[in-house]
Design a protein around this ligand. Structure first.
Ligand SMILES: NC(=O)c1ccc[n+]([C@@H]2O[C@H](COP(=O)([O-])OP(=O)(O)OC[C@H]3O[C@@H](n4cnc5c(N)ncnc54)[C@H](O)[C@@H]3O)[C@@H](O)[C@H]2O)c1
Length: 480
């Protein structure tokens, strides 16, 4: 029996290990974390993260071959394969601040593995890390090895939140990078043997270490680039009368381009895209490739532009001020079917509206008040550190109230901003919402999910990203 341990019980470690446990019943899988509340939650009926299908998988395996524990040292010492899935935030200070990956958590995990190991181990990079991290980790482990053999593999995770369980059960590919030595190849074979229990062999790609590490950064950069590309077109569509949905449809019909990831929106979010691109930019700069760095930096700049553009559109349409006005925010998570708010565009939009002194009433079906207040008051990049290292009670922002119902959020509001594409927002009774709002009543749809014609008939002034503007919005142009 291969004993597997995963350091880091987060959005990646938890679901990934749950699926490995489900598909490999003869392996023992233990997920460890330094966060006591997180592990307590994994062992309870209220899992620490919301992900469709996750609870079912955890319930099937927990206590049989899947365990969650805070006893990091013991389980690392006893395991054959150790996945490291700790957070790799953007550095906030020192060399590379604002760009480079902060490998503090990774390094401390590696030092712990070196300290407690008494037998040979395969150490698997699951976290997204800069290219050549494996070399650094190898150095830490071998310089402290006491004769133990460590093989480092890179096995980046490509799951998307909201569909994590489906992605893990049926991945497009599993990528494993390792050293091109006999020991390295042997380690690759062992890890391949784990995935081969449910993933077809032709979807398990093996490469050298650096290709695997870079492929993850490249994949996220390409995905984010598609969003920024279509979002840049959305601005041009609004200026010219073209419709971004029609343009994206026509463009995506080209089989070389394909239709996915071409939805214009208020901007991308999530814990990875921005962080990984910044990291890529930093690596390019360090390798003397400023043109390449600038090319990728622009993907983030367009994303920031899109969020600013949205805020400017809201303010300019509402007589150039939202001061003292109630604005309902529907959706705070960075996308539907997740409660994750890391780098959600809602944070920047809310901060922008608060900057103009708006009063916000926020509703998201999966995000609670504490999280929203934290996000709005926290400094950039601080979110990506374990909870116990964050400020315990951030000052709550007075002009923000968080409610548990879309109708409550919109009552007496001047405007509604839709910032997450939750299905339930498509089905709201917009007539009822309109009747209870101040007039003129505005809807700013940052996800293009509402039936624009229907809402206009009700009486709303409607703004949708990249769609032809109605006369009101044309008369009140937003200054970018
Ligand atoms: N979230 C995603 O969709 C996603 C997808 C692919 C890859 N990734 C990458 O995976 C990594 C983890 O992401 P996440 O979203 O799961 O992060 P997360 O913050 O949800 O989880 C990380 C966990 O690691 C724990 N931790 C930190 N240092 C530790 C240590 N020394 N010992 C034990 N536990 C420790 C933290 O307490 C935390 O619970 C990141 O590098 C991220 O870029 C994330």
């Amino acid at each position: 029996m291969v004993k597997i341990c995963c350091i880091g019980a987060g959005y990646v470690g938890g679901p990934t290990m749950a699926v490995i446990a489900l598909k490999c019943p003869s392996n023992q899988v233990i997920v460890v974390d330094i966060s006591v509340p997180r592990i307590t939650a994994w062992n309870s009926d209220q899992l620490p993260i919301y992900e469709p299908g996750l609870e079912d998988v955890v319930k099937q395996c927990r206590g049989k071959n899947l365990f969650f524990s805070t006893d990091v040292e013991q389980h690392v010492a006893e395991s054959d394969i150790i996945f490291v899935s700790v957070n790799t935030p953007t550095k906030t200070r020192g060399l590379g601040a604002g760009k480079a990956a902060d490998l503090t958590y990774w390094e401390s995990a590696a030092r712990l593995i070196a300290d407690v190991s008494k037998s040979n181990k395969i150490v698997v990079e699951k976290s997204t890390v800069p290219v050549k991290t494996a070399e650094a980790i190898e150095k830490i482990l071998t310089h402290n090895s006491k004769g133990i053999n460590f093989q480092i593999l890179s096995n980046p995770e490509f799951l998307a939140e909201g569909t994590a369980i489906q992605d893990l059960l049926n991945p497009d590919r599993v990528l494993i990078g390792g050293r091109e030595t006999p020991e390295g190849q042997k380690a690759i074979k062992v890890l391949k043997g784990v995935y081969a229990q449910w993933v077809p062999e032709d979807r398990i790609i093996t490469t050298n270490l650096w290709s695997a590490e870079l492929s993850k950064l490249a994949a996220n950069a390409f995905l984010a680039q598609r969003i920024s590309s279509v979002n840049s077109m959305s601005a041009l569509c609004e200026a010219t009368g073209a419709d971004v949905t029609q343009v994206a449809h026509a463009v995506g019909k080209d089989t070389r381009i394909g239709p996915r990831f071409l939805n214009a929106s208020v901007g991308f979010g999530g814990s990875c895209f921005q962080k990984d691109i910044l990291n890529l930019v930093y690596i390019c700069e360090c390798n003397g490739l400023p043109e390449v760095a600038n090319y990728w930096k622009q993907v983030i700049e367009v994303n920031d532009y899109q969020k600013n553009r949205f805020v400017n559109r809201v303010v300019s349409s509402m007589f150039n001020t939202v001061s003292g006005k109630k604005i309902a925010i529907l959706g705070f998570a960075f996308k539907k079917d997740t409660g994750d708010t890391r780098e959600t565009p809602a944070i920047d939009v809310c901060k922008g509206l608060l900057g103009d002194n708006a009063h916000l009433s926020i509703f998201d079906p999966q995000v609670n008040e504490d999280q929203i207040q934290r996000d709005i008051s926290m400094k950039k990049f601080d979110w990506d550190h374990p909870r116990h290292l964050q400020p315990s009670s951030p000052t709550s922002v007075k002009q923000v109230s968080v409610v548990w119902d879309a109708y409550e959020a919109t009552k007496n509001a001047h405007a509604v901003c839709i910032l997450t594409e939750w299905d339930e927002f498509k089905k709201l009774d917009y007539q009822r919402i309109y009747d209870n709002m101040q007039k003129p009543a505005f809807v700013f749809d940052g996800r293009n999910i509402v039936d624009v014609e229907k809402l206009r008939k009700i009486g709303f002034i409607v703004y949708c990203i990249g769609k032809p503007l109605d006369q009101w919005l044309k008369d009140m142009p937003a200054v970018a």
